[in-house]
Design a protein around this ligand. Sequence first.
Ligand SMILES: C[S@@+](CC[C@H](N)C(=O)[O-])C[C@H]1O[C@@H](n2cnc3c(N)ncnc32)[C@H](O)[C@@H]1O
Length: 271
Amino acid sequence: MTSSPEYLLAGGKAELDRLTVQARVWEPDTNRMLDEIGLQAGANCVDLGCGAIGVLASLRGKVGAQGHVVGVDLDPKLLGAAKNFLEERGIYDVELIVGDAYHTNLPDNTFDLTHVRFLFSPVGHDDQLLSEMIRLTKPGGIIVIQESDSSSWNCLPVPASWPALKNALLQAFKLGGGDFDAGHRMFGMLRKAGLEDVHIHASLIALQDQHPYMRSALQFTSSLRERILKNNILSEDELNRAYADYEQAIAKPETTVTSFTINQVWGRKPE
Ligand SMILES: C[S@@+](CC[C@H](N)C(=O)[O-])C[C@H]1O[C@@H](n2cnc3c(N)ncnc32)[C@H](O)[C@@H]1O
């Protein structure tokens, strides 16, 4: 197994809340991307590391009842949340499998579309994960990856301690074996792997009026707090002050947050 229950961002309810808000916020961009890819009704799709929602509802929305959608995740609690979320939307036919995205044991050449979002960034092992994605995809099928690029991530006006907090989060990610900027390398990775018709689309979101996703920096801080302190990236005082400054800033009506960018990349497995 490549990752484990001590997955970099494991954090109980804080992580569940973050994933839920995150999935809702990015849903229109995912739908737009699936339209651009031309995902058809009746297709067979898998979302590896789907978490509490992932893109399962969007995939099911495009492929309809004649299609089939599978979600795979290591964490049964997150899959339980995914099941509830789907049922709230009247979706009962998505297959949810507890398993390792890097070694799914699903058969070769099964899916018309294989998707991963935010798994290269926290876990990495690019070659292994991409090989598994390619193995699972039918010849002529599509491999889709959505990963982050932190350069656009900002709070405006910028609180004095935001650069230090952002840097601490990015460093803590790295020390846990992840890379918040995994989105930088996905396009080249698909090209080098020999996929055809490789495309990229960059998405970012501007948030205002205390939108709950403005809190994601705080939720990341809670998940990564011990790692930041243990590695002396910030002292406890500095971290507490940065957390409080950011929390105060996003409560103000004049504050906006610009999200990190999601690089959406996709390509076709040769026939
Ligand atoms: C940052 S979350 C992203 C969730 C989802 N893809 C989304 O975009 O909302 C990463 C997810 O990968 C899962 N995960 C980590 N390592 C895994 C592995 N080896 N196999 C399957 N899932 C894994 C975690 O449980 C978590 O749900």
